[in-house]
Ligand binder design. Structure first.
Ligand SMILES: Nc1ncnc2c1ncn2[C@@H]1O[C@H](COP(=O)(O)OP(=O)(O)OP(=O)(O)O)[C@@H](O)[C@H]1O
Ligand SMILES: [Mg+2]
Length: 230
């Protein structure tokens, strides 16, 4: 029996038993290589790639837990997942998970010319294969632990800082209340009245320390400046 996880004209995602079936793109085979690398190096925080079904959909392992939807989809969407990153400890744990992913992918050397969502090409000297959409909505939580990063469609060569900047921008959050209400309503629905009630400096420092070897405070400030002006 198919249980619908998401049904939009572009994306029809279902669960069948312990598996998830998702539509494929021209670059999905590259993503499958990535998932296989993560499995080979023992990174347990990504779905396993299990094959392609008769309908041409990718088969991934279903990860038990609470996952969310993009806050831009309207009030209440994914509030439970946003709530997980309100406490600094939860925010730090999700940043740690991203860091673990970056460590696990560091020695993944995809063949040159593989297609990715952003085009084809091998990672440059400073690049890895980033997730490129590491927002709260793409993390599965079990209790207070972020256990899995899902939705790898946008994986592509980029610098680790690109992923970190994206995570910071969405999670600190480095934006106005107005933008939060529009795109991060889940934060408000989880009990936050104003983005400014967050201690932004403390939260940034928390993330910075999780990323100690990759990020220093100056870098965090740079990301913040970029996020607030863009
Ligand atoms: N491997 C998985 N294990 C458990 N649940 C999953 C898995 N993959 C997807 N889901 C569920 O299906 C939903 C949509 O999946 P996914 O994020 O991959 O698609 P999407 O179209 O990018 O959605 P969105 O734009 O909301 O992020 C997720 O929010 C999650 O609830
Ligand atoms: Mg998603």
């Amino acid at each position: 029996m198919e249980e619908i996880l998401k049904a939009t004209p572009q994306h029809h995602i279902v669960r069948i038993g312990d598996t998830v079936r998702r539509p494929m793109y021209s670059w999905s085979a590259s993503v499958h290589l990535l998932l296989q690398h993560l499995e080979a190096v023992g990174f347990d925080h990504a779905p396993r790639f299990l094959g392609i079904d008769d309908e041409g959909r990718e088969i991934l392992s279903f990860v038990e837990g609470v996952a969310g939807a993009d806050g831009s989809k309207g009030p209440g969407f994914g509030a439970h997942v946003w709530a997980m990153i309100v406490p600094e400890a939860g925010l730090a744990r999700s940043a740690q998970l991203l860091r673990q992913y970056h460590d696990a992918v560091a020695d993944f050397l995809p063949p040159r010319g593989l297609p990715w969502a952003t085009g084809s090409g091998a990672p440059g000297p400073e690049q890895i294969i980033c997730h490129n959409d590491p927002g709260p909505w793409n993390v599965v939580w079990r209790g207070s632990a972020p256990v899995c990063i899902i939705d790898w469609d946008y994986a592509a060569p980029a610098t680790p800082l690109d992923d970190v900047a994206y995570a910071l921008e969405w999670s600190i959050p480095f934006v106005s209340d107005e933008e939060c209400r529009t795109f991060r309503s889940g934060l408000f629905d989880s009990g936050i009245q104003s983005a400014w009630s967050f201690n932004l400096a403390l939260r940034s420092r928390g993330l910075g320390s999780v990323y100690a070897t990759m990020l220093n405070q100056k870098t965090v400030e740079g990301v913040k400046a970029q996020a607030t002006t863009s």
